[in-house]
Design a protein around this ligand. Structure first.
Ligand SMILES: C[S@@+](CC[C@H](N)C(=O)[O-])C[C@H]1O[C@@H](n2cnc3c(N)ncnc32)[C@H](O)[C@@H]1O
Length: 574
């Protein structure tokens, strides 16, 4: 063990255990070993140099290992206290449900953990109490851990001398689990979870106890939340099934939430959903502000909101998918769930919310629905942007903008842990290249139109670019708000150059797309409606009057093709 300089709880200097010279460093392995018995921490072992420590190791080793193990026992007791708080277990039930967990927790620390029934004095009479006897593997020493108050544990010899009146029985760990039956649902949930809890910690739950102080606290919190969510989801399921209410089917039955192979839970159309239908309007269960916060700060924000919610809602939150469950360094589960499931409060917004239903919607690059935040309602709305057949999955897009295939997949993998296999992604190399070229061109067109210069300097070229965008979007199978934006671009070109007639038509098309993806009551639809009704009130109107045309000059009686030619100012039209 390296000598350590840091310890504030004990005097900082002493005599070197090897040579008796004055020394300021002490063995880091046993430093901070807990106090017990007389309440005093064990004496620190000082060394003046690393050489002295090395020379003294054979003498110090046994004591050091013992003290290190005691540190682990005390931490294990902290873990047990936290676990008991989660399930609010009655003490007599503790031995039943904790058996499997304790086996894992004390692996490599204890040779045996036994279930003891002690008789203790109680108000002039006696009562029985369940206690764990933990016999260490590093020394012939045992500790008593009372599940009702696990921390601090007591040395076994002190416990039987001072606390216990008599020991009624000592049974192997798991004895009561197997003889007492009638395990409650929370216990069953925990037992089901143990294998996963251990597997996600590299098969060694005990490693939790060996972490640094700050990592230990964080990991303990993570464990507790994991266990709480498992217990909560089980009781939620049981409550639902006991009431015979199918899980998460809304009254209007537009969708079901059910698992799909390889995708976890998913939202599936309960019947035919026509394009433009509002599938769901949902208030956020949790809101996450956009300003940057460290995971601990975000955790605090989320858990304080959760604590104000009904228990059933809290449970549902913890059933949401957590892509960051095994992240290193660890991320608190509440935060991992938020990162996996948050939907933004508006286009490019950094703040967002967690929605118990909408957060179940999976991604597709050929999504058939769009999410939109309606600030005045304070609700997230999901609209069908294509007709959706009964039984088809309802999907949205998890990305903004026009990203080529590799960028999309890299994002899905790192942020969400999946590979998209939709019809746009699973194509031949040549089709993929065509698609990537289109997407790059779309980015270019967006930038060129968006810089504002071309709108007045080269309006016709700009109008052509807006039309090209619409064609590429159509070829790429993209609809929804991207189409509305392209029509808005065309509107701006027309109105900036004084053409109210064309501006009116573009605004009408933009409005129709906005209504389809965000509803009549959305802010975007309201803006587009205003543009359509009073194009001349737009701030860009008359920047130039190159194309001056009154609003009433929209031609009538033209064929569709002739009308489009007029609209886009193709040759021979004005
Ligand atoms: C917001 S959640 C969606 C609901 C989630 N499937 C569930 O079980 O709760 C995001 C997670 O869903 C999964 N997911 C989303 N889209 C997917 C897709 N296209 N293919 C596979 N998994 C997907 C990923 O595990 C992702 O981390």
């Amino acid at each position: 063990m390296k000598p350590s300089q840091s310890d504030t709880s004990q005097p900082g200097r002493g005599r070197c255990a090897a040579c008796s010279n004055e020394a300021a460093s002490s063995c880091a392995g046993c430093l901070g070993a807990p106090a017990y018995g007389n309440g005093q921490p064990p004496q620190r072992t000082f060394y003046c140099t690393a050489q002295c420590q090395k020379a003294h190791w054979s003498t110090h080793k046994a004591e050091c290992k013992l003290l290190q193990t005691r540190k682990l026992v005390f931490r294990a007791a902290t873990v047990l206290d936290a676990m008991m708080a989660v399930v609010d277990a009655k003490e007599e039930k503790a031995m039943i449900w904790l058996a499997g967990f304790l086996t894992e927790l004390f692996k490599g620390i204890a040779v045996t953990v036994e279930e003891v029934t002690a008789i203790i004095p109680a108000n002039g009479a006696t009562s029985t109490r369940p206690v764990y006897k933990v016999t260490l593997n590093s020394a012939p020493e045992a500790w008593a851990i009372d599940p009702k108050q696990a921390y601090p544990p007591s040395l076994w010899l002190a416990y039987i001398r001072v606390d216990a009146f008599k020991i009624e029985s000592i049974k192997p760990l798991g004895f009561h689990r197997h003889t007492e039956g009638g395990v409650d649902p929370v216990t069953r949930a925990l037992e089901r979870q143990i294998a996963t809890i251990v597997a996600t910690r590299d098969g060694n739950l005990g490693s939790l106890l060996k972490a640094s102080e700050s990592a230990f606290k964080l990991r303990l919190q993570q464990l507790v939340e994991e266990v709480r969510s498992g217990a909560d989801s089980t009781s939620a399921e049981e409550t639902q099934s006991s009431l015979s209410i199918p899980a998460q089917v809304p009254a209007n039955k537009l969708y079901h939430i059910r698992p799909l192979p390889g995708k976890g839970q998913a939202m599936v159309a309960a019947g035919k959903i026509p394009k433009g239908t509002c599938i769901i309007a949902e208030s956020p269960t949790i809101t996450i502000p956009g300003s940057p916060h460290d995971p601990a700060g975000v955790n605090q924000l989320i858990t304080s909101q959760l604590s104000n919610l009904p228990a059933a809602t809290r449970r549902q939150y913890y059933t949401l998918h957590n892509h960051y469950a095994t992240a290193a360094p660890p991320i608190p589960p509440a935060v991992g769930i938020a990162r996996t499931n948050a939907l933004p409060f508006g286009h490019n917004s950094l703040s967002g919310g967690i929605f118990l239903h909408a957060s179940r919607i999976n991604h597709s690059c050929t999504h058939n629905a769009e999410n939109t935040w309606n600030a005045s309602l304070g609700k997230l709305k999901i609209y069908a942007i294509r007709d959706i057949k009964p039984g088809s999955e309802i999907t949205i897009s998890y990305i903004e903008g026009f990203k080529p295939y590799n960028q999309r997949q890299a994002h899905f993998l790192s942020a969400f842990g999946f590979r998209c296999v939709c019809e746009r992604c699973e194509v031949t190399d040549s089709k993929r290249k065509e698609s990537d070229d289109r997407l790059r061109r779309l980015v270019q067109l967006e930038e060129e139109i968006g810089d504002g210069v071309g709108i007045v300097a080269t309006p016709l070229a700009c109008l052509r670019k807006a039309r090209e965008m619409l064609r590429l979007l159509n070829e790429e199978g993209l609809g929804g708000s991207t189409v509305a934006r392209a029509y808005y671009d065309a509107f701006q070109v027309a109105i900036a150059n004084g053409d109210q007639a064309r501006a009116k038509v573009f605004a009408k098309r933009c409005y129709a797309s906005r209504v389809m993806v965000a509803g009549e009551d959305s802010e975007d639809a309201a803006k587009a409606k205003e543009m359509m009704k009073r194009p001349a009130e737009h701030r860009l109107f008359g920047t130039t009057m190159k194309w001056k045309q009154a609003a009433g000059k929209v031609p009538s009686g033209l064929s569709e093709e002739a009308f489009e030619n007029w609209l886009w100012r193709e040759k021979g039209t004005s």
